[in-house]
Design a protein around this ligand. Structure first.
Ligand SMILES: Cc1ncc(C[n+]2csc(CCOP(=O)(O)OP(=O)(O)O)c2C)c(N)n1
Ligand code: SF4
Ligand SMILES: [Mg+2]
Length: 351
């Protein structure tokens, strides 16, 4: 892949986070995407979230498939581990890496084509297995990289750039993630950094499968009248149900809320999610009600965004499999091969 390196020079007065890194330390090579592509805004939000969380870049593994969206890990966290896999195969590569080394923070970056078509089965199984990851789909409703064919998330009746009507029903990855048991489910918009950054921070802090569907307009092939993934359409139909502030560790409490308007959710690692209700009816702890709410609003053409579901004390694949605390890739031969007597005992228990 060709890329343009960014100059390494840092202005000495750039602000630093708790571990002494500037935002520049979370950047990578210069983006080669079309100017104005929603995906670049998502990369910027990931950089901001990691900077604010004071994550050491070497603790992150960013894994993607194929597509304009899947190219983006080249444009953020240049000092992190990265693997640009095969189209639709990010979830299985991420699952394998996560099983081998549970100590890294896993960031799965995918597209709507990558996750809702060729990788649909892979997406489903990684989510239902509760792999500890933040799975981000950069959803533009088209195969951007291959010049704008409808993807499986394109709404029925929406128009292509050349005027063709999409006659297929669409797949809503948020609805599917809820059905599959994801324990953190959100939807956002690439043009709403204020909403997206705290969602990414909370998803990273969440233990278990976190899924974020980010509507990310494709400026080149899906930003016209008749598209339901264009900038104008998303701005006009965005129905945010809540606004999130996340407090991690010793973060000072900087916001005052009107009584009854905020629900505080403490996650596994002690981080606190303060959810300001924008819709009184919406309860992000009720999976069934969330599914119902989403379907009803989708039928009215609305795009529901915000933290849609969270199960704060969820478990992940490692807890479910009862794996050892030590990463498997650090176990020595004696732990991996406990000897013939142990094998005899296992065999005896199976007879
Ligand atoms: C196995 C395989 N099949 C098909 C392709 C061709 N291909 C490359 S990217 C892509 C679709 C990308 O769409 P999406 O995941 O939505 O990403 P976007 O470019 O829209 O961000 C396809 C079909 C491929 N590279 N590999
Ligand atoms: S083709 Fe679309 S998705 Fe790809 S970089 Fe350009 S605007 Fe972004
Ligand atoms: Mg796409």
């Amino acid at each position: 892949m060709t890329y343009l390196a960014k100059p390494k020079f840092h202005h000495p007065s750039l602000p630093k986070n708790d571990i002494g890194f500037t935002r520049r330390d979370y950047e990578a090579s210069t983006s080669t995407l079309c100017a104005g592509c929603g995906h670049d805004s998502i990369s910027a939000a990931i950089i901001e979230a990691c900077y604010q969380l004071s994550i050491e870049p070497h603790r992150v593994a960013k894994i993607s498939g194929i597509g304009c969206s899947s190219k983006t890990p080249d444009y953020f966290l240049g000092a992190s581990h990265g693997f640009n896999s095969v189209h639709g195969r990010m979830p299985s590569v991420l699952t394998g890496a996560n099983l081998a080394n549970r100590e890294l923070i896993y960031l799965g970056v995918s597209g709507d084509g990558d996750s809702a078509s060729i990788g649909f089965g892979q997406f489903a199984h990684a989510v239902r297995r509760a792999v500890n990851m933040t799975y981000i789909v950069e959803n533009n409703g088209v195969y951007g990289l291959t010049k704008g064919q409808f993807s499986a998330t394109a709404d029925r009746g929406s128009k292509s750039k050349k005027g063709a009507l999409n006659s297929d029903s669409s797949i809503d990855l948020v609805a599917i993630a809820l059905q599959l048991g994801a324990t953190f489910v959100a939807r956002s918009f690439s043009g709403d950094k204020g909403q997206l950054v705290p969602l990414i921070k909370a998803a990273i802090q969440h233990k278990g499968a976190s899924f974020i569907d980010v509507i990310s307009p494709c400026i080149a092939f899906n930003n016209h009248a008749g598209s339901t993934k264009s900038l104008d359409y998303v701005r006009e139909h965005n129905e945010a149900v809540n606004a999130l502030d996340i407090m991690v560790g010793r973060d000072p409490i900087t916001v005052n809320y009107a009584p009854g308007k905020v629900a505080a959710v403490t996650q596994h690692d002690g981080s606190v999610l303060n959810l300001r209700k924008l819709n009184d009816e919406y309860d992000p702890h009720d999976r069934l009600a969330a599914m119902n709410f989403l379907q009803r609003h989708a039928a009215q053409g609305q795009i529901v965004t915000g933290l849609l579901y969270v199960e704060a004390d969820a478990d992940d694949l490692h807890s479910n499999l009862d794996t050892v605390e030590r990463p498997l890739n650090q176990l020595d031969a004696s732990s991996l091969c406990p000897g013939a007597a142990a094998l005899d005992k296992i065999n005896a228990s199976l007879r």
